[in-house]
Design a binder for this molecule. Structure first.
Ligand SMILES: Cc1cc2nc3c(=O)[nH]c(=O)nc-3n(C[C@H](O)[C@H](O)[C@H](O)COP(=O)(O)O)c2cc1C
Length: 372
């Protein structure tokens, strides 16, 4: 309840200031802990209390891990952290699309660098949730692939898993690392970073939604060949659905939130069809309610993450999503998350099924605008 007041207050601030205020609020690590249903599961050898996580980009400098876990998340992914501090792009660089319930950001990996993140992570003394560390390359790096090695080697010691982010649209050239040859080198860099850290933890790769099926196939094959443990699908999109009607819809950057939901779920479904059983699959993009998170599970996600939904719905969103997911699983007769995962591999069917469940459960759900 207390957290519900946060979103309307934060909306009075410009988007980046609201983000800063949310991080500072969670840094205080106070406030009631919501009751969240127990939904334990094991993914990539890690035990999670529940399948919902905070996506990367919210806690870029690892400042509020403990506070974020108070919201009920089963995991929190900090970062993206780059080896060196960097300012990111000039402001303004984050834009709310209120009518469309989306956000466009072109932060450009602004952050204090890995030494600062390491100090913050070293100070975390309790681990009520799984901690993921997401790393990327500096904008002006002479050797971006080496940046992945360096950042993983430095930060893996604090992490339960590490994510290589090669899918931000806001660092020139970064998404080119998704191409076959370069991808191999990024994955080898991540692996050797892990070896240098001496820590045996899972390695995840985060991919863009703006990919063709042939490219997705190559990425999955490369990940399987290089013993990657999981794929996070997806990052923000550079696409702009024609139907967007907010004034800032043409700003440059990555689009997230409601307009990304169907598109990223369709990519997730493709990824799951190719990777299920070989790689863990983490679904992210446009989740702002229990039925949307459930749809991601149905197409094959093992875990689900969100970020933009918090900005529009407030900080008690994770707890309500988890209660609704549990309700839908019971409705469909699934005793645990793993049994629900992958039961409706077609994205349109899964979305329609989950939406109708929410309606039959009497939840107030608006007809979703779906952009494919
Ligand atoms: C303001 C903002 C900053 C983000 N920064 C990062 C980042 O640093 N690293 C990353 O991997 N993803 C980043 N993301 C992408 C999110 O983690 C997520 O993949 C994407 O927003 C889709 O999920 P959502 O619709 O629930 O926000 C960012 C997203 C937003 C909105």
């Amino acid at each position: 309840m207390m957290w519900r007041a946060f979103a309307p207050l934060a909306r009075l601030l410009p988007a980046e200031a609201a983000h800063w205020a949310a991080v500072q609020t969670l840094r205080l690590n106070i406030g009631p802990k919501p009751d969240v249903p127990s939904m334990p599961l094991t993914v990539a050898g890690i035990r999670f209390d529940n399948p919902l996580g905070l996506a990367a980009g919210f806690d870029k400098n690892a400042e509020c891990f403990s506070g974020a876990t108070r919201l009920g998340f089963g995991h929190v992914e900090i970062g993206t952290v780059t080896p060196l501090p960097q300012p990111g792009n000039p402001r303004p660089r984050v834009f709310r699309l209120p009518v469309d319930q989306g956000v466009i950001n072109r932060y450009g990996f602004n952050g204090n660098g890995m030494e600062h993140a390491a100090r913050n992570l070293a100070a975390v003394n309790q681990r009520p949730a799984v901690l993921g560390v997401n790393v990327g390359a500096n904008k002006t790096s002479a050797d971006p692939i080496e940046d992945y090695h360096v950042a993983v080697a430095r930060l893996a010691t604090f992490a339960d898993y590490v994510t290589l982010n090669i899918s931000s649209p806001n660092t020139p050239g970064l998404r080119d690392l998704q191409a076959d040859q370069l991808l191999q080198h990024v994955l080898l860099a991540g692996r050797s970073g892990l070896a240098d850290s001496g820590k045996k933890i899972p390695l995840f790769l985060k991919m863009a939604p703006d990919l063709q099926t042939t490219e997705i196939r190559k990425i999955i094959a490369c990940c399987v060949d290089h013993n990657v443990d999981g794929i996070i699908a997806t990052n923000t999109t550079v696409a702009r659905p024609e139907e967007l009607s907010s004034p800032d819809a043409d700003e440059r950057g990555g689009l997230s939130g409601a307009p990304l939901f169907a598109m990223s779920t369709a990519i997730l479904a493709e990824v799951a069809a190719l990777a299920k059983g070989q790689l863990a699959v983490i679904g992210v993009g446009g989740v702002a309610s229990g039925w949307q998170a459930y749809a991601k599970l149905l197409v094959g996600a093992d875990l689900v993450q969100l970020y933009t939904g918090l900005a529009f719905n407030g900080l008690d969103l994770p707890a309500s999503i988890l209660s609704e997911m549990k309700l839908f699983m019971e409705f469909d007769g699934y005793g645990d998350v793993a049994s629900a995962s992958g039961q409706i591999p077609d994205a349109r069917e899964a979305i329609s099924h989950a939406f109708h469940l929410a309606q039959s459960a009497g939840l107030q759900v608006a007809d979703p605008k779906l952009y494919w």
